[in-house]
Design a protein around this ligand. Structure first.
Ligand SMILES: Nc1ncnc2c1ncn2[C@@H]1O[C@H](COP(=O)(O)OP(=O)(O)O)[C@@H](O)[C@H]1O
Ligand SMILES: Cc1ncc(COP(=O)(O)O)c(N)n1
Length: 267
């Protein structure tokens, strides 16, 4: 069985963060493991408190896993503080796992700064060069590039800029654009476009986490990146189409075992 690791924050309401990642790994038939960087008290309506986990305990979690278990794919989500980012980068250089997906989580859908704004440059400097692929949404790409992004041409320019920051591949997600939701993948030479109809729902809590952990799963299963993204896109569309009207705010995506079966995964 393939094994994947998420290094991210805990979402008490189960829609995003570690919980979304582990559900996605399971739906892909992957054994999921976690390094928790922060505990958030949140639900579909907002984030109410955050306790960052210490640098020492984050390091101990990473070491406990890598000293014992092979990791076929890894994603990094919420990392909150400079010291957290530094220790993760330091240890990822030591253990050098194959497939590293960096989801540069900055602000939650409910508007809470999950990444300390002072840590944005550290994330770019320390984590991007380690990424097999980095998966910013449009607001994150705007922060990273200081560009305004309102259309596909501007997305392409931003993806090129982020590529130059050191990621091997850039998947710029178009979920925040008004019309269809096209994500673009840039490998330093060519663009690939992943277009889908926009699902009309308010329930998109955890879409970014779900997409990046689906990509991580597919890379762990051995798919090349462009196929890993394409399968992950199929997965996220269904997970949004079947999203759950749980709570009073932005409900979560839904994870099906049948999605995994439908995609024909075979490990
Ligand atoms: N309403 C929607 N309909 C279809 N796809 C969506 C919708 N919202 C987001 N997506 C897709 O979900 C994934 C995550 O998107 P996005 O919302 O941009 O990220 P984040 O959760 O990081 O803000 C992307 O593949 C995006 O295209
Ligand atoms: C712990 C954690 N990690 C990531 C997100 C981002 O998810 P979203 O952008 O859908 O709010 C979140 N809300 N909580």
């Amino acid at each position: 069985m393939k094994k994947a690791l998420t290094i991210a924050g805990s979402d008490s309401s189960g829609g995003a963060g570690i919980q979304a990642d582990l559900k996605t790994f399971s739906a892909h038939g992957i054994f999921g493991m976690s390094v928790i960087t922060a505990v958030t008290a949140q639900n579909t309506q907002g984030v109410f408190a955050v306790q960052d986990i210490s640098r020492e305990v984050i390091a101990a979690q990473i070491k406990a896993i890598f000293e014992d278990i092979e990791v076929d794919g890894l994603k990094v989500g919420m990392v909150s503080q400079i010291s957290t980012i530094e220790i993760i980068a330091e240890l990822l250089k030591v253990y050098a796992p194959k497939n590293i997906v960096i989801d540069p989580v900055m602000v939650s859908k409910s508007g809470y700064h999950l990444l300390n704004p002072q840590a944005e440059l550290t994330l770019i400097r320390e984590l991007l060069p380690l990424a097999t692929v980095v998966t910013p949404n449009i607001p994150e790409a705007e922060v990273m590039t200081k560009m305004t992004i309102q259309n596909l041409t501007q997305m392409e320019s931003a993806a090129k800029y982020i590529y130059q920051m050191g990621a091997k591949n850039v998947l710029l997600k178009g979920g925040h654009l008004e019309n269809d939701s096209t994500d673009i993948l840039y490998d330093g030479r060519n663009f690939k476009y992943y277009t889908s109809q926009r699902v009309k729902t308010k329930n998109t809590h955890g879409t970014g986490c779900t997409l990046s952990s689906a990509i991580t799963s597919n890379l762990a299963l051995g798919y090349p990146l462009s196929e890993a993204v394409s399968l992950a896109k199929d997965y996220i569309i269904e997970a949004i189409e079947h999203s759950l009207d749980i709570g009073k705010g932005v409900g979560p995506t839904h994870h099906f075992y049948s999605l995994y079966q439908k995609a024909g995964f075979n490990n």
